[in-house]
Design a protein around this ligand. Structure first.
Ligand code: F6R
Length: 603
C-alpha cells in the first residue's frame, strides 16, 4: 500500500523517479507525486489519479534536479486528492516527506502540533511526519529523523529531504518494506526492488528502525541511537526485463504465460536447489499440529494444501486459517505446532501479525515467500522461496502456482519423514509434479478457445464456481480471480452445498463454472451439474475426465490427465485465463483493479 522512491546522484532525478514509480504503481494508484529542489524551495508536483496523469503534467513542464522523492498512493486517511497526495511538507515548507504505512498516533501528534502553530494542509496521517520533523529540526536531519521516529506509533517507510541539506536524503522504516539500491549513477531508496532494477542489482535491506543517510556517492547506516551500522549489500538475480511487459498487453497475461518456467524453477529449487536443504531440516515428527495461514489467494493455496497434506501425511490435525482471523482468535497452539505462512510479498500485515502471534506462543514457523529479504522471510524460523520472479499485476497468478508447488513438495517430504509414503510412491508423485510445467504449457494451446468463450461471458451478473474436495479449494481461487479483475459478482461453493441455499440464486442468466477432477467424486460432481442445468443456468465444465454425451449441453474444457491431487495447478491456469479474458473483453484496467493494491501492508 503506497510505493515510495528516492534518488540522489549525478543524473536528473525526475525521469528516474517517475520510471521507478511505474514499477511501484501496483502498490497503490489513486494519486502520485514528486518533490525535488526548485529555485525557491521545494518544487512539488502532485496529481490525483493514475501515475500517467502526473507523468503528463511533468512532461508539459519539464524540470531537473539531482535529488528527489516520489510516491504512489493507496488512500488510507483522507480521500484520493491532489492535496492528500504525497510528498507532504511541514507548514514552513522546510522538510518534505514520502510515507508508506499508517501513523497510529497521528491525531494526538496533530493536536499537539496545531497547538504549537502548525497549519495542516491535508487529511492524511502522513503529513504529521513532515510537520513533526520541522518542529524538531535544529539543523541536524539525522537527529531530527531519530526524534521523529521515537515519537511515531504505527508503521512507516519514510523518505525525507530537508531544504537546508540539498545533498542528503534520509530514509527509515518500521514494519513496512524499504530497500536501498547503490548504482554508478547514484543511490536509491524504494519500497520494492523492481523500482531500481534498471539501475542496480546491489540492494541493502533495511531492518526496522535502521536509518540510511544517502549522498550522491555514499550510503551510511545508523541505529536509532545514532550508532553507525555496517551492512552488506545483496545481489539480486531478477533481471530488469522481468519487470517489463515484454510485448504483452498486460502484466497479468505475461505472468500467466511465464508459469511453465517459474513452476519448473520452483520444482528445481525444492528438489535440488536452495529450498531443498531447508525442507530437509524441518523435523515434522516433532509436531502434533500443522496450521496454514495466509490472506487472499495465498490462503486459497493453503486450502488446496490442506487437502494434499491430509491425503498424503494423514496428520491428525491440519488447520487452514485466514491470517486476519488467526491473529486475533487466541489460537490453541504451542511448541508442538508447526505454522506455515504463505505470502507473495512477505509484507502482508495480517500474515506478519499471524507469524508473530504463532512465535509468541512457541510454535515453529515456516514462510513460503516470493520476495527475497521481506519481513516474513527474515522473521520466520524457516523460509523457502517461490521462484516466481517479480509479480507486478495486482491479481496473483504465477506466485500462486509456485506456492502450490512448494506446498505439494512439502507434503510429500513430510509424508515420507512420517513414514506414510513408500519410496516408490514418493517417486511416482515427484514424477507427476515434474510433468506439470509441460502440462501447463499444453493448456496454452487452447487459449483461443478460452478467449472466445470468455468473450460471451461478459454480460453475466453472477458467476458461481463449484467443485468437491480439491476442486472446491481451487474454485475459491477461480472465483476470487474473476471478481477482483472483472467486477462480476462471484462465489465459490462446495458442490454438495449448493442445495443448502445458493441454488435459489440459479436462473437463466447465471453461469456456473464446475470443476470435476476428483475421479472418486466425478459422478457426484456430475449430479451437481445436473441440478444446475435443470435450473437453466449455463455451465462451463473443467475436467480431466473424457467428455460424455451428456456433457454436450455444457461448455467443456478438458484438462491434461494426471494425479488429481495436483490438478489445481492445471485447472487454475484455465481459471486465470478465463478471468483475464472476461476482464479484457470488458476493457478493464486488469493490472490495477479498482480499490485494490498488491501489497497489503495495513490491517
Ligand atoms: C489476489 C491477490 C491477493 C493476495 C493477498 C495476499 O489475486 O493477489 O488476494 O493473494 O493480498 O498477498 P501476499 O501473498 O503478498 O501475502
Amino acid at each position: 500500500m503506497c510505493g515510495i522512491i528516492g534518488y540522489i546522484g549525478s543524473e536528473n532525478a525526475v525521469p528516474i523517479i517517475v520510471e521507478g514509480l511505474k514499477k511501484l504503481e501496483y502498490r497503490g494508484y489513486d494519486s502520485a507525486g514528486i518533490a525535488i529542489y526548485g529555485k525557491d524551495g521545494f518544487d512539488i508536483v502532485k496529481q490525483k489519479g493514475r501515475l500517467a496523469a502526473l507523468d503528463q503534467k511533468l512532461k508539459e513542464n519539464p524540470r531537473s534536479a539531482t535529488m528527489g522523492i516520489g510516491h504512489t498512493r493507496w488512500a488510507t486517511h483522507g480521500e484520493p486528492s491532489d492535496i492528500n497526495s504525497h510528498p507532504h511538507v511541514g507548514s514552513k515548507s522546510k522538510i518534505a516527506v514520502v510515507h508508506n504505512g499508517i501513523i497510529e498516533n497521528y491525531k494526538q501528534l496533530k493536536e499537539r502540533l496545531e497547538q504549537k502553530g502548525a497549519k495542516f494542509a491535508s487529511q492524511t496521517d502522513s503529513e504529521v511526519v513532515a510537520q513533526l520533523a520541522e518542529y524538531y529540526y535544529r539543523g541536524d536531519l539525522l537527529e531530527t529523523v531519530i526524534r521523529v521516529s521515537n515519537a511515531l506509533e504505527g508503521s512507516y517507510a519514510l523518505g525525507i529531504m530537508s531544504l537546508d541539506d540539498p545533498d542528503v536524503l534520509i530514509a527509515i522504516k518500521k514494519d513496512n518494506p524499504l530497500i536501498i539500491g547503490i548504482a554508478a549513477n547514484g543511490n536509491f531508496i524504494a519500497s520494492d526492488v523492481p523500482a531500481v532494477l534498471k539501475h542496480t542489482n546491489q540492494i541493502y535491506y533495511l531492518e526496522d528502525k535502521e536509518i540510511t543517510v544517502l549522498k550522491k556517492d555514499s550510503v551510511a547506516f545508523f541505529s536509532i541511537d545514532k550508532e553507525p551500522i555496517s551492512k552488506m549489500p545483496e545481489t539480486i538475480t531478477w533481471s530488469a526485463d522481468s519487470a517489463e511487459k515484454g510485448g504483452y498487453p498486460h502484466f497479468m497475461l505475461k505472468e500467466i504465460m511465464e508459469q511453465p518456467k517459474v513452476v519448473r524453477d520452483t520444482i528445481n529449487s525444492a528438489v535440488n536447489g536452495a529450498n531443498k536443504a531447508i525442507i530437509d531440516e524441518i523435523n515434522i515428527i516433532a509436531y502434533d499440529k500443522i496450521v496454514i495461514t495466509a490472506c487472499g489467494s495465498a490462503y486459497n493455496a493453503g486450502v488446496v494444501a490442506k487437502y494434499v497434506f491430509e491425503r498424503l501425511c494423514r496428520f491428525s490435525s491440519i488447520e487452514v486459517e485466514l491470517a486476519s482471523e488467526f491473529r486475533y482468535k487466541d489460537a490453541v497452539i504451542d511448541d508442538k505446532t508447526f505454522v506455515i505462512l504463505i505470502s507473495q510479498s512477505g509484507e502482508t500485515a495480517d500474515t506478519i501479525a499471524a507469524m508473530r502471534e504463532a512465535k509468541s506462543k512457541g510454535a515453529s514457523t515456516l514462510a513460503i515467500v516470493n520476495v527475497v529479504g521481506s519481513t516474513l522471510a527474515k522473521e520466520a524460523d524457516f523460509c523457502i522461496y517461490t521462484q516466481a520472479g517479480p509479480e507486478i499485476a495486482v491479481a496473483t497468478t504465477k506466485a500462486f502456482s509456485t506456492q502450490l508447488i512448494l506446498l505439494y513438495l512439502l507434503a510429500i517430504r513430510f509424508a515420507s519423514k512420517m513414514g506414510k509414503l513408500a519410496n516408490a510412491d514418493q517417486n511416482e508423485l515427484l514424477m507427476e509434479i515434474e510433468a506439470l510445467p509441460e502440462k501447463i504449457a499444453s493448456i496454452f494451446l487452447h487459449v483461443d478457445d478460452i478467449q472466445k468463450y470468455a468473450s460471451v461471458c461478459v454480460g453475466y451478473k453472477s458467476i458461481f464456481f463449484i467443485g468437491r474436495n480439491i476442486d472446491y479449494a481451487i474454485a475459491l481461487e477461480g472465483s476470487l480471480k474473476l471478481k477482483e479483475i472483472s467486477y462480476i459478482h462471484s462465489e465459490a461453493y462446495a458442490g454438495g452445498e449448493l442445495k443448502h441455499g445458493t441454488i435459489s440464486l440459479l436462473e437463466e442468466n447465471t453461469l456456473v463454472v464446475a470443476l470435476a477432477n476428483c475421479e472418486r467424486l466425478y459422478l457426484k460432481s456430475m449430479s451437481n451439474i445436473e441440478q444446475v442445468v435443470s435450473r437453466k443456468a449455463n455451465v462451463l465444465l473443467i475436467s480431466s475426465q473424457e467428455e460424455t454425451q451428456a456433457d454436450k449441453r455444457l461448455k467443456f474444457i478438458k484438462l491434461p490427465e494426471g494425479n488429481e491431487l495436483f490438478s489445481p495447478s492445471l485447472s487454475v491456469i484455465i481459471l486465470q485465463l478465463f478471468s483475464y479474458y472476461v476482464a479484457a473483453n470488458k476493457g478493464l484496467d486488469i493490472d490495477k483493479p479498482r480499490n485494490l493494491a498488491k501489497s497489503v501492508t495495513v490491517e
